[in-house]
Design a protein around this ligand. Structure first.
Ligand code: PLP
Length: 177
């Protein structure tokens, strides 16, 4: 990512990522705070990582994320990792909305709209919630924005197959009437 940002001449970026247990964001924070010895000069990119909590209130997650980052960072003392010159800030926001794994009509409309316009698939549980937060909050963010997509393809398949099951059931009912 640093190489791509450098290539594009970007020196300030907000990264938005969904947060469940916090492992993914902890990896991102660690990656921006430390670098492998083998990686060359770390570019002085100003980074803010925004974790959109989809399952638990942000205040329940901060300590465990900090502890994962600290544990990963201890390798720095052993010379495997070294602090980078990047400035990395991070914060957590509440993106639970209708509840973990629950979607309201706006969540459903958003993932459908994104899928139609970009062919970019988003599951409801994680990426749908984080993208909704991003859409509602993008105006408050400055600099370049990177959305860190965490996958979730199985969640998409699940939703689509549920929808086609409903669709089929409705057709059968229509046929029987
Ligand atoms: C698609 C997807 N995105 C995000 C997450 C959350 O990741 P983490 O638990 O590392 O915060 C999960 C967790 O299961 C997931 O399945």
């Amino acid at each position: 990512m640093t190489e791509q940002l450098e290539f594009l001449g970007i020196d300030s970026v907000t990264i938005v990522v969904p947060v469940g247990s916090g492992g993914t964001i902890a990896g991102l924070i660690t990656g921006w705070t430390y670098a492998l010895e083998t990686v060359g000069r770390a570019p002085p990119i100003a980074v803010e990582i925004v974790g959109v909590c989809v399952s638990r209130p942000p205040e329940e997650l901060r300590d465990s994320i900090e502890s994962i980052v600290r544990d990963c960072g201890t390798s720095a003392a052993e010379g495997v990792l070294r602090p980078t010159a990047s400035r990395c800030h991070w914060r957590l926001v509440d993106g639970r909305g209708a509840g973990f794994g629950m979607a309201d009509i706006h969540d459903l409309e958003l993932v459908e709209e994104i899928g139609r316009q970009t062919r970019f698939l988003a599951d409801i549980t994680y990426n749908g919630k984080a993208l909704r937060w991003l859409r509602e909050s993008a105006k408050q963010l400055s600099g370049a924005i990177v959305y860190w997509h965490t996958g979730g393809a199985l969640g998409v398949v699940d939703r689509i197959s549920d929808r086609s099951a409903d669709w089929e059931a409705a057709r059968i009912e229509e046929f029987n009437q």
